[in-house]
Design a protein around this ligand. Structure first.
Ligand SMILES: [Zn+2]
Ligand SMILES: [Zn+2]
Length: 429
């Protein structure tokens, strides 16, 4: 390492440490409370969030970042996804970008509760995990249809209903192969495509929760931003957008205002390999540059501004923060995956979640039912083809009945019931 790059690394480290100090101060109180007495045996307060370890108070909103990154995928950050949990029991997903399904699963929330998705636009980094929630969410315990709200476009082919219909078609073989073998009640969608030009239009009004949309300006016509209001609290999710007048007007007074803040132009060139011309276009005209993000937040003055849609690394964070600071000095979270905001009228608490990666399905919120072969027969009829194995494939089965039959007997003994061993010559077994 040259002395110049060592000096640059030291400068970057100092910037990051100061940024961490400042951000920590703005989000975690003044740090002047009496120090806790330390015991060798008693548990201490902790300042991180462990899923499934805290009740949500009736007047509280909890927001968890399940994706904060970019269309260029990386293990450390999924693409756009924010989960909103409300004290009335409702939960909403705003965008489900690629990689977010794994983050969602690690929160161990019963999938029946994760049935409402709002899509800001149809870029893959904002809905790339939809298929995983459609199929995987059902296999992990969602027994109700997935409800999807998303914008129309300038033509039917550019709208949400078209995208979801094609997704369902893409999974034809997948679903055919599960019918009669799994509880497939959750492999169903309910699409609510709405007019992308609607200005502060109500899309959802149930159980004291009102969700609205207004247009965003990004790539081509179609993208939108959302607000969610409940119990006197206001959450705003901007999606991808160039700064726009509607956000300035309708995001005002938000408790949490999430707005994209794109990678700074020099890093788009250096790290993403764009030409300077393309970097300037994408980093300032298609998306919101950090300086412009700050200007937006200075105008709407939320209780907490949340920036996302950049790769948050040791050598990008300081620069993003400095650029935002040129135009904004209010409360700020530079989001990363698993950042958590607990919001009440009195306080916004910002922490990181510590999650278990080796999770299985969360508990079922409604009982599973035994698979029904009638489902498969109905699809067979619809497609006009027998779904199952042909004699040619059946004939390829190698006989392991002698080791499988005892598994059926073992289950029978354990549960005090008889389980019929399938007839290996039947095509659907
Ligand atoms: Zn986009
Ligand atoms: Zn995006």
């Amino acid at each position: 390492m040259s002395s110049r790059s060592i000096a640059a690394a030291i400068v970057a480290l100092v910037v990051i440490l100061s940024v961490g100090y400042l951000i920590g101060r703005s989000s975690a109180g003044d740090g002047l409370a009496d120090a806790q007495e330390v015991s060798p045996t008693e548990a201490r307060d902790r300042d991180w969030y462990v899923p499934n370890s805290e009740d949500l108070a009736p007047d509280e909103m909890r927001v968890i970042a399940c994706g904060t990154g970019m269309p260029t995928t990386r293990a450390a950050q999924a693409a756009a996804c924010f989960l909103v949990e409300l004290g009335n029991g409702d939960k909403f997903l705003f965008d489900v970008g690629s990689g977010s399904a794994e983050r969602i699963s690690s929160l161990q929330i019963p999938y029946d509760f994760l049935d409402k998705i709002f899509l800001s636009h149809l870029h893959g980094d904002h809905f790339g995990a939809l298929g995983e929630l459609y199929i995987g969410g059902s296999l992990m315990g969602r027994h109700v249809p997935l409800r999807i709200w998303g914008p129309s476009g300038a033509a039917p082919e550019l709208g949400t209903a078209y995208a979801v219909q094609k997704m369902e078609e893409m999974y034809t073989w997948d679903v055919a192969g599960r019918l009669g073998m799994a509880d497939v009640r959750g492999i169903a969608v309910e699409v609510h495509e709405f007019d992308y030009t609607g200005v502060n239009q109500v899309l959802y009004d149930e159980n004291g929760v009102v969700i609205r949309s207004w247009p965003a300006i990004h790539a081509i016509d179609g993208p939108v931003s959302f607000s969610l209001e409940w119990n006197g609290l206001k959450f705003v999710f901007g999606g991808d957008t160039y700064p726009n007048k509607w956000f300035i007007e309708y995001a005002k007074d938000a408790d949490l205002a999430i707005h994209e803040c794109f990678v700074a132009v020099p890093d788009i060139v250096a790290k993403l390999g764009f030409t300077p011309e393309a970097a300037l276009l994408v980093g300032t005209q298609i998306h919101t540059a950090p300086e412009a993000f700050g200007k937006v937040m200075s105008d709407i003055r939320p209780r907490m501004a949340i920036a996302y849609h950049f790769f948050k690394d040791w050598d990008t964070t300081g620069d993003i923060y400095e650029r935002i600071s040129k135009t904004y000095d209010g409360p700020l979270s530079l989001a990363e995956d698993f950042m958590v905001w607990n919001v009440t009228k009195d306080e916004i608490r910002v922490r990181m979640a510590i999650v278990e990666e080796h999770t299985w399905s969360p508990p079922l919120a409604s009982p599973a039912v035994t698979p029904n072969m009638a489902d498969r027969e109905a699809m067979s009829e619809k497609l006009g083809v027998e779904i199952g194995y042909t004699d040619f494939i059946i004939d390829g089965k190698w006989n392991v009945d002698d080791v499988l039959m005892p598994i059926y007997e073992e289950a029978g003994q354990a549960l005090g019931r008889t389980f019929a061993y399938p007839d290996p010559t039947k095509p659907n077994n």
